[in-house]
Design a protein around this ligand. Structure first.
Ligand SMILES: [Zn+2]
Ligand SMILES: [Zn+2]
Length: 65
């Protein structure tokens, strides 16, 4: 899928993996500005590798491990 801001293939800036949403709800969430998205690969807040748009608030994430 594409970044909704820069139209590049949406790729996680932290781990470099392409973002592949596993749930239909995740796809819908991308278009809701208040929704936070996490990378399914590294669990970081999803940040576009190309334009650095953050899909959520990085300060709101709690480290779980
Ligand atoms: Zn990642
Ligand atoms: Zn982007």
């Amino acid at each position: 899928m594409k970044c909704s801001f820069c139209e590049q293939p949406l790729t996680c800036k932290r781990c470099g993996q392409p973002f592949r949403p596993r749930q239909r709800e995740t796809l819908a969430a991308i278009y809701q500005p208040d929704m936070q998205l996490a990378c399914p690969e590294c669990q970081a807040v999803l940040t576009c590798k190309w334009c650095s748009y953050v899909y959520g608030d990085p300060d709101a994430v709690e480290e779980t491990d």
